[in-house]
Design a protein around this ligand. Sequence first.
Ligand SMILES: Cc1cc2nc3c(=O)[nH]c(=O)nc-3n(C[C@H](O)[C@H](O)[C@H](O)COP(=O)(O)OP(=O)(O)OC[C@H]3O[C@@H](n4cnc5c(N)ncnc54)[C@H](O)[C@@H]3O)c2cc1C
Length: 382
Amino acid sequence: MSDKREKYDFLIIGGGIFGIYAALYLSKFGLRICIVEKEKELLKKASIVNQARLHSGYHYPRSVATALMSDDNKARFTADHQQFINSEFEKYYGIERYGSFTDSQQFERFCAFINIRCEPVLRHPLFNYHRLEALYHTIEYSFDPILIAEYYRQQLKQHDGDIEVQMYTEVKQAEARGGAWAVELCSLENGRRREVEAAQVINATYAGSNAVNRLFGMRDIDLMHEISEMVFVTSPQVKNIGLTVMDGNFGSLMPYGLSDMLSLSSVAYTHHKVSYDNLPTFDCQALNPECRPDFPSVCSSCPARPRSNYRKMIGQIKHYFADHVEFHYFTSMFTIKSKLKANYIDDGRPTEISILNENPRFYCIFAGKINSIYEVEKVVKV
Ligand SMILES: Cc1cc2nc3c(=O)[nH]c(=O)nc-3n(C[C@H](O)[C@H](O)[C@H](O)COP(=O)(O)OP(=O)(O)OC[C@H]3O[C@@H](n4cnc5c(N)ncnc54)[C@H](O)[C@@H]3O)c2cc1C
């Protein structure tokens, strides 16, 4: 690599919400920042393909640490994104009568322990109590991923003097030299190569985390990956209502932010394919040469994505509703969901930021939940 390099204080790889938030936060210190994103658009993966649950902790009765972290960040995320938050719906948590890992007593004890509201609902005309051991009225909001993505795109435009965004660009190679990172970038549009120097690097590529770690000679973090489907439905009867059934192979339905859609997920049917490799390795990649374990693509627009499981998912969630409740399928979005292998048992979703190299610094952000974007402020040194 030559010595004529553009210099940045931070090179951030990955233009999802975590990479973009980190860039906006760091720009407040007057630093020069470059975001490198491999796709043609920002925020096309997990940052928009998710259930949009503004976690309050209820979801993690087996991981008190994740539950407490959710509550930590909730108030600030809500205040900062007020116009994109749906707080006007009734949110219920139900305990499945058969085969749940949690029963009503445990769930109530857990809610009391982390101090979140859960009021038993003994009768409700919309729900089927034959399948629910207990139903609770809770407080949980939903954020609008599409509007939030647009907001962050606009924020970046307002910072185009101090945050450079390199779209459709790949990191070809990287090495530590003279206390900084020397990085070769390559445009995926025309193959043009460019050398840059960065004092610090942040890897915020989620499913791509280990591939980028390896490019910089860093160790893997232990991950597993799933190709996941979020289904979007409407219902004439279920308006402004969300239901999450705990705790095991069940499902969840809730308003997708401020849209008229309900997002529907099912532990049994949302996840089509599983990869226990540290890189997301799936058989469908053989059918799409643009998507590789070390360079995963956008599943929603992939011709090789799995066939939708929407019929099964609607069939499953209907069990928890009264007979007259109907759901109408609208569409599905697919993406890779990555998880820390360590959370296989407790189902926790912590956000972990590892410092994998001290000099020059290299951080790997592995994001568990959207409202933990602020964790970067605790770890990254300016
Ligand atoms: C199905 C599903 C449901 C979820 N539900 C919720 C929920 O209800 N509430 C919640 O808070 N969280 C939820 N999550 C988790 C949440 O969506 C993620 O933690 C968060 O979106 C991760 O954001 P990110 O910016 O790290 O990753 P992403 O949004 O995936 O962004 C990473 C970016 O890095 C880019 N990239 C990858 N490799 C490279 C490379 N080599 N070079 C350059 N760029 C690269 C990608 O193209 C992408 O743009 C869910 C996730 C999934 C998948």
